[in-house]
Design a protein around this ligand. Structure first.
Ligand code: NAP
Length: 290
């Protein structure tokens, strides 16, 4: 039995479906208020619980071999990062160990560190440390920046409505943007890959590109020119929350170039390129507009 925490989220839901597709028995932890019906319809056993409620975690971990967590409040802000990403993940690690689970897979982030200045990267870094010291066999996945989160916000929202795309500064930093479906594929593969035990894997997409390259991919996919403007790092980007403008500025202060060919081959993951992703989004947008 595999427990997936964060199962109602974007990556967690993909992990649940990926595991069910391989014939695995999946227990999906969901908060009672969240949209869990699609999980049971897909064949998962839904168990109600919350990372802030230790008793619910003890029950959810009972009889489980593997625990996978993607849970975060960083996208929704429904609670604090300290409360959920840090203390909640630590509670889940303790519950998994006490229940006798054999493997714990944690979707963290590239750049996670107990000393990181940003609360999310710090919380992930401390939770990673806790997991490494837990005695459990662990796999820590440190994905790069998600295409599914950043491209809609920065590129698609303006470009699909005919407005200019706003990038930060010269936008020369290169990132190995990764599709959420590929993050989920690595998490599923880690369940079955012996080399994933006691491993920390930095994972990215098949290429490292700048946001200007991403705009070019959307131009190629849509057959239309996209106007680009820029703001100074730290200046607000029109139409996106201030926190996102801040993170976009941070992305212009470092590169994430991740050689992925060998890892993808070993884990059997067919990676999504930026152009593949843009083509799929443009054609889904056209289908939605019909
Ligand atoms: N965005 C990026 O570029 C990026 C890059 C690297 C790594 N990551 C990491 O990737 C992971 C997956 O992200 P995602 O996009 O799938 O996130 P998401 O869609 O926001 O999903 C978050 C999940 O966490 C659950 N959750 C929140 N609070 C909870 C609590 N108190 N108890 C139990 N579950 C709780 C949510 O449940 P509800 O439905 O009940 O709210 C939801 O299922 C995250 O850990 C994120 O930090 C993201």
């Amino acid at each position: 039995m595999i427990l997936v925490v964060g199962s109602t989220g974007s990556v967690g839901g993909r992990i649940v479906r990926g595991l069910l597709g391989r014939g695995e028995s999946v227990r999906a932890l969901a908060r009672p208020s969240s949209n869990h019906a699609p999980l049971s319809q897909a064949g998962a056993a839904v168990v109600f619980g919350d990372l802030t409620d230790p008793a619910s975690l003890a029950g959810a971990c009972r009889g489980v071999d593997t625990v996978i967590t993607t849970a975060t409040v960083s996208k929704t802000g429904t609670d604090t990062i300290e409360h959920v990403d840090l203390e909640g993940t630590a509670r889940l690690i303790d519950a998994a160990r006490e229940a006798g689970a054999r493997h714990f897979i944690f979707v963290s982030t590239v750049g996670a560190s107990p000393d990181a200045p940003h609360p999310l990267f710090r919380a992930k870094g401390i939770a990673e440390q806790r997991l490494r010291e837990s005695g459990l066999a662990f796999t820590i996945l440190q994905p790069s920046v998600f295409m599914d989160v950043w491209f809609p916000m920065l590129i698609e929202m303006p470009a699909f409505s005919g407005r200019p795309v706003t990038l930060v500064g010269q936008s020369m930093r290169r990132h190995a943007f990764i599709a959420e479906q590929d993050v989920a594929a690595f998490a599923v593969a880690a369940v079955f890959e012996p080399a994933a035990r006691h491993a920390t894997l930095v994972i990215g997409g098949p290429e490292a590109v700048t946001f200007r390259d991403v705009v070019r991919a959307y131009e190629e996919a849509s057959g239309r020119a996209i106007e680009v403007r820029s703001v100074a790092p730290g200046e607000p980007i029109p139409g996106v929350p201030d926190a996102v403008s801040g993170l976009a500025a941070a992305l212009e202060s470092f590169d994430t170039v991740i050689p992925m060919q060998d890892l993808a081959r070993r884990y059997g993951v067919t990676q999504t390129s930026v152009l593949d992703f843009a083509r799929a989004r443009v054609s889904a947008g056209r289908a939605g507009a019909r």
